[in-house]
Design a protein around this ligand. Sequence first.
Ligand SMILES: C[S@@+](CC[C@H](N)C(=O)[O-])C[C@H]1O[C@@H](n2cnc3c(N)ncnc32)[C@H](O)[C@@H]1O
Length: 172
Amino acid sequence: MTLFIFFLLLIILVLAGTAAYAGWRAAPWAPTFKADTERFLKLANIKPGQKIYDLGCGDGRLVVAAGEAGAVAIGFEISLLPYSIAKWRILSSPFKKKCSIKFRDFWRADLSNADIVYFFLMPKIFTKIKNKLEKELKPGAKVIIYAWPMDGWTALATDCPIGKTPIYLYQI
Ligand SMILES: C[S@@+](CC[C@H](N)C(=O)[O-])C[C@H]1O[C@@H](n2cnc3c(N)ncnc32)[C@H](O)[C@@H]1O
């Protein structure tokens, strides 16, 4: 019994620790609303085989949606609970061959072959991520941002129905 409680506490500690670390690195876990996935897909206008990255993919819902739409979809996640849910989501998807989740810090990911990058992260990291995207992305790559615009970039399109969270589309 004592051993069971010890392992339970250990698991809780690891889950809470990785969640806190993710919150400090870029954002805590808060999923894109399910209904907004369709709006994301419309803006992304995915062509078959395009490579799409979700930086901080949470439970992997957008990774799977992008895979279903024909993309090769890759998510990065460092919080253990959403990562585990994302893994399970992908394994139970018929499109699992097109989707993958990496337990990795996206700040260390090379984005040079991405066609589309999506993120829903805190504005406090926008200056840093803007520098990374401008340095690494190829010309023509698209960046889709949920909730907050990127200062200094002009959006190609903004999807902002009344009462909904805005989604911004940019092109490098
Ligand atoms: C606001 S949530 C968005 C989740 C998902 N993209 C969505 O839209 O449903 C941000 C996610 O980024 C993850 N995260 C934060 N910093 C990260 C980092 N440096 N590398 C990978 N994931 C990170 C968090 O754990 C969290 O799940």
